[in-house]
Design a protein around this ligand. Sequence first.
Ligand code: SAH
Length: 291
Amino acid sequence: MSVHVPVLTAEIVGALQPGRGGLYVDCTVGLGGHARALLAGGAARLIGIDRDALALAQAGEALAEFGSRVELVHGDYRDVARLLDERGAGPIDGAVADLGVSSLQLGEGRGFSFQRDEALDMRMDTSQGPTAADLIGAAGERDLADVIYRYGEERRSRAIARAVVAARKAAPIRTTGQLAAIVRRAAGRRGRIDPATRTFQAIRIWVNRELEGIDTFVRDICARLRAGARFAVVTFHSLEDRPVKLAFRALASGPEPFRLLTKKSVVPGEDELCSNPRARSARLRAIERVE
Ligand code: SAH
């Protein structure tokens, strides 16, 4: 299994200043990398949310040394208001969200990757919802093409959707290898990247409804920040960066006292880009509720 190296950790700690103590929320605790940095940096308590139960189990081990300072919650960050209410959490001293997939999810057995042939699942939360195979088996050709175009920014979306529908008439598409072969044939090779890349990204976003509710989520967190507290968000592609950018801008120019800490998004430095491939498309934005 590949190790998950958290991105932009120094920048996140720099923005959130956990040395001030208090309660922090990691909305995508994943394998606990950012959470560890916040706790080691002085956060008194941390609530870590993730929709992936397998990731949470690993976070539990990784953060065991911090004992009762950590509470891990299996849930969706879009329910963060309820999840925090249920725990009686008052105002928070900082929050981080690192959107997207973890290396654990891209690894073996989860059906996210076209690098190997396995069941076509792609659910971050395996306790609920349809798998990629279920959705691909049932979708109309037009909807499929729209998903691949919108979420994958794939120009060959129509040809790919047509090929998928033709193939599934012959036999259900159950594995990542089957899907990758169909897409590669329909998309044709252009440039360096595997022609299945964009379609796999699109289907992953679709299965996990990744672009829904980002605006409300950002507002829900910002509504909970104590004066002086900050929220940092890392995104990995423009489709998820945009709603974050717009929500932050609206807050900063709205009636409440919010201040953008990042006029432009912050990207990893050369060293991080060289040592962590996952950092390549990462961008950080942060906002503060002013004292
Ligand atoms: N910052 C983490 C890595 C996060 S990877 C670390 O340092 O280890 C992104 C994580 O976000 C994944 O574990 C994924 O399951 C989680 N995630 C994605 N969408 C989510 C959502 N809507 N609600 C909760 N967790 C989500």
